[in-house]
Design a protein around this ligand. Structure first.
Ligand SMILES: [Zn+2]
Length: 618
C-alpha cells in the first residue's frame, strides 16, 4: 500500500526543519560479492543498474542513496580495521564503482567494523544509521543473491529482494537491470508489487486468493493448475506464510506490463525467441517476461503459429476438468432420443466422402463439388440453403448456409459451423485430404443437421460450412461482415467445430475455446460434457485462428470445440491428415456434447455472459 501523503509530510518536516518539502531519503543497500561482482569482475548489468538508480530523481534531488553492506575480513585487533577497509575500497576502485558509494565512510558498512556478519541486525542497523540516523528499516531496500539473508532482512522490517546470483537457477529478480523498475517503485514510496507463481494450489487456497483479490488490491490469472498472483509485498507475504502454498510458490519481481501469455503453438515461440524468459510453462501456453516494446513480439519465422498478449488479470486462461462418469440417473428422455439420432455410420460415410477427395482447397473444383454435395444433403433434410460467394486471394470460394426456422416468437439464432476447405502447406496442387482438419467438423455439422431435422424448435437453427478458412478465415469474416446489428444480436451462440477427431491425449479430451463473451456457452458445454459424455474438458479464453474468432471480435458468444491438445497433431495441413488417423469415438463424444447443447439452446434462453459470471463467482 502506498504511504499516505500525511505520513510522508510528517516525516519530511521532522527531518528538514524550515523547508516545506523534501523528498524522502531512501536507501538501497547492495551486497557486493556475487551480487554486483564475482571474482573481482563486475557482473553483467551492474554498472547500468547502479547508474539508473543513482539517476532517479525526486523533487530535483537524488531519490535514493546507494550503500554497500558486506561480510569481509574480521580484524585481529581494532587498529587493523582501517587497513582492511582500505583494501575493500581499492576493490571498489578496481571495479570502477567507487563513485556511486561516496562518501565511503557513510555508505559502506563492513562486518570488519561492526564485529558481526550478516544477517545480524547490528550490521543492518549500522549501515542504515551511518547514512542517516533518522532512517528506519522500512526505508531500506536490501539487494543480495543470498536467499536466507533476504528472509532475515525481511523479518527485521527491511524490504529485500533476491537477485539471481551466478550459478543459481532462480531468483526473484533475474538480472541487475531488472532491479531498476523495482527500485523506482521503492523510492516513490510504492509498496513493491510482486508476482507469486503458485504451482497446483489446493482448492481452498485458490478460492482464498481469487475471492479476496479485489479487496486485497491483487490480481490473478489461472492457467490450468498454476495460479499467477500479482500482489503487494504484504499479501505476497501472507500467501507465502501459508504452509500449503509456500511449498509450491515462487516469488518474482517483474513489472506488470512485462508479463505476457503465449498461446497456441508456444514451442514455436520458444524456437523463435530462445532468450525470452519463461515464467510459467504449460505446454500450449506460456507466461513470459517480455519487454512490451519488443518488436519481435510479432515477428519470427513461426509468428503465425502463436499469439502473444499481455497477461489478462482475473482470468482463467485455460482450465482442465477431468472426465466424470456419466450420470447414473436416467437421462431425460430427450437426451437419449437425441443421442440416438447421431448415426455413427452416417458420420463415417460423410467423413469418407470428404476426405477421399484429393483436395478441398478453397478455390478448387473439388471444393465446389463438396459444397454442392453438402447443400443437396441439407436440402433433402428440409433445410433452406443458400450460397455466398467469397473473394479469396484473387480467386473465389463459397460459404454454404442452411436454415431451419423455429416456431417461437422473439426468436434467436443458434449457429453451428465448420470450415469445409482443406489445405496442404506445400501448395494448392499437393494432396490435402484434411480428414481431421476439417472433414471431421464438416461431417459433424451434417450429423447435427440430421439429428435436429425432424423437430421444429423455438429458435432458429443455422448451419454453415465456410470456405477460405485456411487462407485466413475469409469465409467467416465475409459472413459476419454481412450481418446487420439486429442479425448479430439475434445470434445467441455459435458452436464451431474444427478438428474433432484426433486423439492427442491419453483420455478423450475436448478443448473449448472462446473469450469472456463466450463464458456462458462454455459453462453449459462443460456441464453437458460432464453429465452426458466421458470427455475430459480443457477450456481456454484465448481464441485463436479458427472461424469462431470473427464472431467473438463482434461480441457474439462463439466457442470452438476442438480435440484436446490440438497443437500436438502434426499431420494437419499435410497429405498425412488421413482417415486412418481418426478416432471416431472421440468425434462422436464431441458431437454428442454439441448436439445436446444446441438442442437445449434452441428451446431455452441462454444466460447473458454477465449473469453467468455472477453465478460462477458464487
Ligand atoms: Zn481447420
Amino acid at each position: 500500500m502506498m504511504k499516505t501523503q500525511r505520513e510522508e509530510a510528517d516525516r519530511d518536516s521532522s527531518c528538514v526543519g524550515g523547508q516545506n518539502w523534501e523528498p524522502a531519503v531512501k536507501l538501497v543497500l547492495f551486497d557486493l560479492g556475487n551480487t554486483l561482482e564475482s571474482n573481482g569482475v563486475l557482473l553483467p548489468g551492474a554498472m547500468e543498474a547502479l547508474e539508473a538508480v543513482a539517476s532517479l530523481r525526486a523533487g530535483g534531488r537524488p531519490a535514493a542513496l546507494l550503500g554497500l553492506v558486506s561480510d569481509f575480513e574480521m580484524p585481529r585487533q581494532p587498529s587493523d580495521v582501517p587497513i582492511i577497509q582500505q583494501r575493500y575500497y581499492e576493490l571498489l576502485d578496481d571495479l570502477g564503482i567507487r563513485p556511486f558509494f561516496e562518501p565511503l565512510a557513510e555508505r559502506v558498512t563492513l562486518s570488519t567494523e561492526v564485529g558481526v556478519f550478516k544477517p545480524d541486525e547490528a550490521i543492518f542497523r549500522a549501515a542504515t544509521s551511518k547514512v542517516d540516523p533518522t532512517l528506519e528499516f522500512d526505508d531500506v531496500l536490501f539487494v543480495t543473491e543470498n536467499p536466507s539473508h533476504v528472509l532475515a532482512a525481511r523479518s527485521l522490517g527491511l524490504s529485500a529482494v533476491h537477485l539471481r546470483g551466478p550459478g543459481q537457477p532462480l531468483g526473484e529478480v533475474e538480472t541487475l537491470p531488472d532491479l531498476v523498475p523495482l527500485m523506482q517503485a521503492f523510492v516513490q514510496g510504492e509498496e513493491l508489487v510482486q508476482t507469486v507463481v503458485l504451482d497446483a494450489p489446493d482448492a481452498n487456497s485458490t478460492a482464498m486468493i481469487t475471492n479476496r483479490s479485489a479487496a486485497m488490491d491483487a490480481t490473478w490469472t489461472r492457467l490450468g493448475d498454476v495460479l499467477v498472483v500479482r500482489a503487494t509485498a504484504t499479501l505476497a507475504g501472507q500467501i507465502l506464510a501459508h504452509r500449503e502454498m509456500a511449498d509450491s510458490a515462487r516469488r518474482l519481481f517483474i513489472p506488470k506490463q512485462r508479463l505476457h501469455v503465449v498461446t497456441q503453438i508456444a514451442r514455436l515461440f520458444q524456437e523463435d525467441h530462445p532468450d525470452v524468459r519463461v515464467v510459467v510453462d504449460k505446454g500450449r501456453y506460456l507466461v513470459v517476461d517480455l519487454d512490451p516494446g519488443m518488436p519481435s513480439l510479432v515477428d519470427g519465422p513461426h509468428a503465425s503459429c502463436y499469439a502473444v498478449r499481455p497477461l489478462p488479470p482475473d482470468t482463467v486462461v485455460f482450465d482442465h476438468r477431468a472426465a466424470r462418469p456419466r450420470h447414473t440417473t436416467a437421462p431425460v428422455e430427450e437426451v437419449g432420443l437425441l443421442a440416438g439420432e447421431l448415426s455413427r455410420m452416417a458420420f463415417e460415410e460423410d467423413l469418407g466422402t470428404l476426405a477421399r477427395l484429393p483436395t478441398r482447397h478453397s478455390t478448387s473444383a473439388q471444393f465446389l463439388g463438396a459444397l454442392d454435395w453438402a447443400s443437396d444433403r441439407l436440402t433433402d433434410l428440409g433445410y433452406a440453403t443458400h450460397i455466398q460467394t467469397v473473394a479469396v486471394h484473387g480467386g473465389t470460394t463459397r460459404n454454404l448456409i442452411a436454415d431451419r426456422p423455429g416456431e417461437g416468437t422473439d426468436r434467436n439464432v443458434v449457429l453451428v459451423s465448420a470450415h469445409l476447405d482443406s489445405v496442404n502447406t506445400r501448395g494448392a496442387a499437393a494432396a490435402a485430404p484434411g480428414a481431421d482438419d476439417n472433414a471431421s467438423g464438416s461431417a459433424g455439422v451434417l450429423a447435427i443437421g440430421q439429428a435436429l431435422a425432424d423437430r421444429t424448435r423455438r429458435h432458429d437453427l443455422r448451419l454453415i460450412l465456410f470456405g477460405g478458412e485456411e487462407q485466413g478465415l475469409f469465409g467467416s469474416r465475409h459472413y459476419v461482415s454481412g450481418l446487420d446489428a439486429a442479425e448479430r444480436a439475434r445470434i445467441s451462440a455459435v458452436v464451431n467445430m474444427d478438428m474433432i477427431a484426433c486423439r492427442n491425449t491419453g483420455n478423450s479430451t475436448v478443448l473449448l475455446e472462446g473469450a469472456s463473451v463466450s463464458q456462458a456457452v462454455i459453462e453449459k458445454l462443460v456441464g453437458i460434457a460432464q453429465a452426458h459424455t466421458s470427455l475430459a474438458v480443457q477450456t481456454s479464453l484465448e481464441p485463436f485462428n479458427s472461424d469462431h474468432v470473427p464472431f467473438i471480435d463482434l461480441g457474439i458468444p462463439a466457442v470452438l470445440t476442438i480435440e484436446g491438445t490440438d497443437s500436438a497433431n502434426d499431420r494437419v495441413h499435410t497429405e498425412r491428415d488421413t482417415l486412418d488417423t481418426l478416432d471416431i469415438d472421440l468425434a462422436l463424444e464431441i458431437l454428442r456434447m454439441n448436439l445436446l447443447f444446441v438442442a437445449q439452446a434452441l428451446d431455452s434462453d441462454i444466460h447473458s455472459p454477465t449473469d453467468q459470471l455472477k453465478e460462477n463467482l458464487r
